[in-house]
Ligand binder design. Structure first.
Ligand code: MLT
Length: 243
């Protein structure tokens, strides 16, 4: 298995695809996706474009759908939910399809949607993602960070490092053997330095600061929890993730 870290959808190669793409948006899209599916949502369907989301969700039974999403971290006006994982409790999402649009995470998903296997990862479900990779042994794995509007996000890179770290430990591999690009070594090093202090790291990074300005303190605390959900979001058709 060779891992490749790409910090943003824009930096992800366009001329080929991996055997498995792992999309990461710790703050907060992939944390929300994992939480919604863990709480019994039927599926999460991701859109980068709000108009297309409206058009597709309109065809769904109203009591079986929730429109969720943000722009700039704030709830899209008129939607049922924003992008807080804490809203995705069973009483709200069970049995429903979440039609989700976010600033960056849904664009990252779209970027790799043609890969043969697409899964999503966050700190909350990192162990399950690693178990899946160790079990399936895809030859090439891309860890695709969502970043923020084309630029680097510390928290997505740290999660990429957290995945590499656990793969190395549980798969008994060396960093040199598994790293397909230098970004993997950078991500591993970042995680090694901050693994016991992820919440303080999230408080420093630019999107963490943005969310703190929006009073999302509890979201940061939740997103920093590691290996608490036993759920693997996997794409069943382009843009549609199920458990
Ligand atoms: C995104 O996709 O840009 C994020 O999930 C934004 C957010 O924190 O809601």
């Amino acid at each position: 298995m060779k891992l490749f870290v790409y910090h943003t959808p824009e930096r992800t190669p366009e001329d080929n695809l991996p055997d498995c793409a792992v999309v990461i948006d710790v703050l907060r899209a992939t944390t929300t996706i994992a939480t919604a599916l863990n709480s019994g949502a039927e599926a999460v369907q991701a859109f980068s474009d709000i108009d297309i989301l409206m058009e597709k969700s309109e065809r769904w039974l109203p009591d079986k759908r929730l429109r969720a999403g943000e722009r700039g971290g704030e709830k899209v006006p008129g939607f049922d939910l924003g992008n807080s994982p804490l809203d995705c409790v069973p009483q709200v999402v069970a049995g429903k399809r979440l039609f989700l649009t976010t600033t960056n995470g849904t664009r990252a998903l779209q970027r790799v949607s043609q890969a043969p296997i697409v899964i999503t990862a966050a700190q909350v479900n990192r162990q399950v993602v690693v178990n899946y990779l160790l079990d399936k042994q895809p030859e090439t794995v891309w860890l695709v960070g969502s970043g923020w509007e084309g630029s680097y996000s510390l928290e997505d890179t740290a999660c990429g490092g957290a995945i590499a770290d656990l793969l190395i430990k549980q798969g008994k591999m060396s960093l040199e053997a598994i790293a397909g690009n230098d970004e993997v070594i950078g991500a591993f090093s970042l995680y090694s330095q901050w693994q016991d202090n992820l919440l303080p790291l999230f408080h420093k990074c630019s999107h963490g600061q943005r969310l703190l300005r929006l009073n999302c303190h509890e979201d940061l605390e939740y997103c920093a929890k590691t290996d608490i959900l036993d759920v693997l979001p996997i794409q069943k058709e382009p843009g549609v993730l199920v458990k």
